[in-house]
Design a protein around this ligand. Structure first.
Ligand code: SF4
Length: 264
């Protein structure tokens, strides 16, 4: 993904469909600094968007931050829902996936389905080493002994590099997914990655997500029909039993429920 320039002659400069004004006109040149004024503004924006629909939130995000607005996705049901909405609102939004080398074949296939259905080419962001190089350098799979380090090396460090230069990104989290996510604002400063994080589905329930997927025939990972409500890397994901927590199948056997992307 190439970082767009934001001069007026920039061919990537987008214009609001509603106002005709250049999108991102209010956004500063990179990097965006979390000044008191900006944080106060984001808080006001977040509060005013509490009752907005996810589509309205995404439209606001595009008007406010494009062409410095992006999205990372692991192709979960919520991510697919946002991709579907962005395909209608701003299909040129750059979207990327952290290709750890350990993802399920079904997940990689979904990237191809997105390309066919929406014409959106989700960009892979890779760690510095291949799986073979990484395991050879560490005497075997690191996920077996130290999943935190493996997630850091193959996800977090890649995401940190990928986030640089962008002003805002869309997050697919829902507040009812976990106590940690329950505190997420609609719009807020992402201290970990130093950009604005926008969560259009924060107020949605799992049922609302799946209702839209069914109504709009949004493509989704077939593993969700095989007992995997949450799909991450293949070695760290198992199917869950009826009544188990949605994320119980992630890093089963370890005191770990998040890869560190969404926790503060
Ligand atoms: S989810 Fe598992 S395999 Fe994937 S990066 Fe984290 S520890 Fe490694």
């Amino acid at each position: 993904m190439t970082q767009p320039k934001s001069t007026s002659s920039n061919p990537l400069q987008l214009y609001s469909l509603d106002s005709g004004e250049p999108r991102g006109a209010l956004a500063a040149e990179p990097p965006l600094e979390p000044s008191e004024a900006l944080l106060a503004e984001l808080q006001r924006d977040s509060e005013s968007l509490e009752k907005a629909t996810p589509q309205e939130i995404l439209k606001w995000a595009v008007d406010r931050f494009a062409p410095h607005f992006t999205m990372a996705t692991a192709f979960g049901p919520e991510g697919m829902t946002i991709i579907h909405m962005l395909a209608e609102i701003a299909p040129q939004t750059p979207i990327f996936n952290l290709e750890t080398g350990y993802q399920f074949a079904e997940t990689l296939e979904l990237r191809e389905t997105v390309k066919k259905r929406y014409g959106i080419e989700v960009e892979y962001k890779y760690p510095e080493t291949t799986v073979a190089q990484y395991e050879a350098a560490n005497g075997g799979p690191v996920y077996k002994t130290d999943p935190n380090r493996c997630c850091f090396d193959r996800k977090l460090s890649v995401l940190h590099a990928a986030a640089k230069g962008w002003h805002a990104w869309a997050s697919a989290i829902r507040r009812d997914q976990s106590p940690d996510r329950a505190k997420a604002p609609i719009v807020g400063w992402d201290r970990k990655f130093e950009l604005v994080k926008i969560s259009p589905l924060a107020n949605w329930t799992k049922k609302e997500v799946w209702s839209l997927i069914a109504a709009e025939k949004i493509p989704y990972n077939p593993l969700h029909d095989q007992g995997y409500p949450s799909v991450g890397c293949q070695p760290c994901t198992r199917s869950v039993l009826a009544g188990e927590d949605e994320r119980a199948g992630r890093w089963s056997g370890f005191q770990k429920t998040e890869c560190g992307l969404h926790s503060s």
